[in-house]
Design a protein around this ligand. Structure first.
Ligand code: FAD
Length: 391
C-alpha cells in the first residue's frame, strides 16, 4: 500500500497518467470505483469513438475557449497528431471523416481499451476496481476501508454526468473541504427542453436536416433531433454553451438561400395560396414543416416577415436537459487552483487531470484529446515530483 504513485479514476485521463508514470519507472496503484475501468469511454464508443479532430493547431486550440491558454502547452505536446499516433501504437488504425473528426477504424472503444489495459498490465499496473476514493488516500473497498500512502497522487475522477458509469462528481465535496477552489458543475453538450404541443408528437425521433442553428453570435450547420422532451443532437450540442448562457435558439430552415432569394420565391407564389401550401411548394415537408407550424403561429401574411421567420425561426426552450444526461460537464477544479504542472496548490503532491478540471469544449474529439493531454501532463509531473522527493 505504499506505491510510488496513486492514480484515482480509470477513465482516459487516469489511464494516461498511469501510463506515463509506469513509463517513468514508478510503481502505480490505479483505483477505480466501478467494477471495471473506463465505462464512459466505452459508452462514448457506442456512437463512434471520436478521438480527436484533424485540423490546424490554432483552430483546434480555439475550441477550448477561455481555457485555451492554460491548455496550450499540454495540447501542443499531445494534440490531434499525437492522439492518432498513440491509437496506432495500440494497434488501432484511425480514419478522418469528412468533417475532420478522427475515429478508430473499429469505431468502438473496446479494442483500443483492451489493448491499452493489456499493455499497462504487462508494465506492472496494479489496478484495483470497486475502490471508491473517500478523500486523502482512503478508499471504501469490498475488504473494508483501505489506506494508501503514495509519494504522489493523480486524481482523474471525471465530471458530473452519466453517474451510472462512475462520474458522479461526488469527489467535489472532499476537495472543497481541503481548500481546493471549485467552479459549480454545469451541463455541456446537452439537449434542451421544449414544451411541444400535441401536434409535434408524430415527429418525435425525427431529425431536422438541412438547417443552421443560430444562438447569439454563433451560427452552425448541423442536425437536431426532435424528441418528446425537446431537441437533441450534434447541432444543438454545438450551440449548447451559448444557449446555457442565455442566448435564444433560432433555426434557419433555408441555410443555402439568401434572404432576398427567399423573399422572391415567396412573392412568386400565387395570390390566395394558403401559407401551408406555399411552404410545401418551397420544399418544406415533414418535421421542418411541422416545426414552422408549431413555432410561427400565426404565420404572417407579409412576404418579408415570412422570409425572416423561415431564416430565423424562434424555438422556445424551457431549459437544458438534466445534467446527468449531458455528454460532458463544465465546472470542477478551478484552473487557478492548479500549477501549470497540474498540481493542486492546496495539496502539494496531488495532481488532477481530465474532465474534473474546469474546462469545456464542444464534441468533435476535443473532450478526449483534452483528457488524454491533461492526464499525460499530470502523470509526467507526478513522476518528476516523485523523483525529486526520492533524490
Ligand atoms: C454518450 C457519450 C459519448 C461521448 N462521446 C465522445 C466522443 O466521441 N469523443 C470525445 O472526445 N468525448 C466523448 N465523450 C466524453 C468523454 O467520454 C469524456 O469527456 C471522458 O471520458 C472524460 O474522461 P475522464 O478520464 O476525465 O473521466 P471519466 O471517463 O468520467 O472517468 C472517471 C473515472 O473515475 C471513476 N471515479 C469517479 N469517482 C470515483 C471515486 N470516488 N473513486 C474511484 N473512482 C472514481 C469513474 O468511475 C470513472 O471510471 C462522450 C461522453 C458520453 C457520455
Amino acid at each position: 500500500m505504499n506505491p510510488d504513485a496513486l492514480v484515482v479514476g480509470a477513465g482516459p485521463a487516469g489511464l494516461m497518467a498511469a501510463d506515463r508514470l509506469l513509463r517513468a519507472g514508478c510503481s502505480v496503484l490505479l483505483a477505480e470505483a466501478r467494477p471495471s475501468p473506463a465505462r464512459k469511454l466505452l459508452m462514448a464508443g457506442k456512437s463512434g469513438l471520436n478521438l480527436t479532430k484533424d485540423e490546424g493547431f490554432e483552430a483546434f486550440l480555439a475550441a477550448y475557449g477561455e481555457a485555451a491558454p492554460f491548455l496550450r502547452p499540454m495540447l501542443a505536446e499531445f494534440g490531434p497528431g499525437a492522439v492518432q499516433d498513440w491509437a496506432r501504437g495500440l494497434g488501432q488504425e484511425v480514419f478522418t471523416g469528412s468533417s475532420g473528426r478522427v475515429f478508430p477504424r473499429a469505431m468502438k472503444a473496446s479494442p483500443l481499451l483492451r489493448a491499452w489495459l493489456q499493455d499497462l498490465a504487462a508494465r506492472g499496473l496494479d489496478l484495483r476496481t470497486r475502490w471508491r476514493w473517500l478523500g486523502g488516500g482512503r478508499f471504501e473497498t469490498p475488504q473494508g476501508v483501505q489506506a494508501v500512502q503514495p509519494s504522489a497522487t493523480v486524481l482523474a475522477l471525471g465530471g458530473a454526468s452519466w453517474a451510472r458509469l462512475g462520474s458522479d462528481g461526488a469527489w467535489a465535496s472532499a476537495l472543497a473541504a481541503q481548500g481546493v477552489a471549485l467552479a459549480p458543475f454545469q451541463p455541456a453538450n446537452m439537449g434542451f427542453l421544449v414544451d411541444w404541443s400535441a401536434h409535434m408528437a408524430p415527429y418525435f425521433g425525427q431529425p431536422l436536416k438541412n438547417i443552421a442553428l443560430i444562438a447569439g453570435a454563433q451560427r452552425v450547420r448541423g442536425e437536431a433531433v426532435i424528441s418528446a422532451q425537446g431537441l437533441e443532437g450534434g447541432g444543438i450540442y454545438a450551440v449548447s454553451r451559448a444557449l446555457r448562457e442565455g442566448a435564444a435558439l433560432r433555426l434557419d430552415l433555408f441555410p443555402d438561400l439568401q434572404p432576398a432569394r427567399l423573399i422572391d420565391r415567396l412573392a412568386a407564389r400565387p395570390k390566395g395560396e394558403s401559407g401551408v401550401n406555399s411552404l410545401k411548394k418551397l420544399g418544406l415537408s415533414g418535421a421542418r414543416l411541422a416545426l414552422v407550424l408549431e413555432c410561427a403561429r400565426p404565420f404572417p401574411a407579409d412576404v418579408a416577415a415570412r422570409a425572416a421567420l423561415l431564416k430565423a425561426l424562434p424555438v422556445a426552450l424551457t431549459g437544458p436537459r438534466p445534467m446527468d444526461e449531458a455528454i460532458s460537464t463544465a465546472g470542477g477544479i478551478a484552473l487557478s487552483a492548479l500549477t501549470d504542472e497540474l498540481m493542486l496548490r492546496a495539496l502539494p503532491g496531488t495532481f488532477a487531470a481530465g474532465e474534473m478540471l474546469d474546462w469545456e469544449a464542444p464534441t468533435g474529439g476535443y473532450l478526449l484529446t483534452g483528457c488524454l493531454a491533461t492526464g499525460r501532463r499530470a502523470g509526467d509531473a507526478a513522476a518528476r515530483f516523485i523523483r525529486s522527493r526520492s533524490g
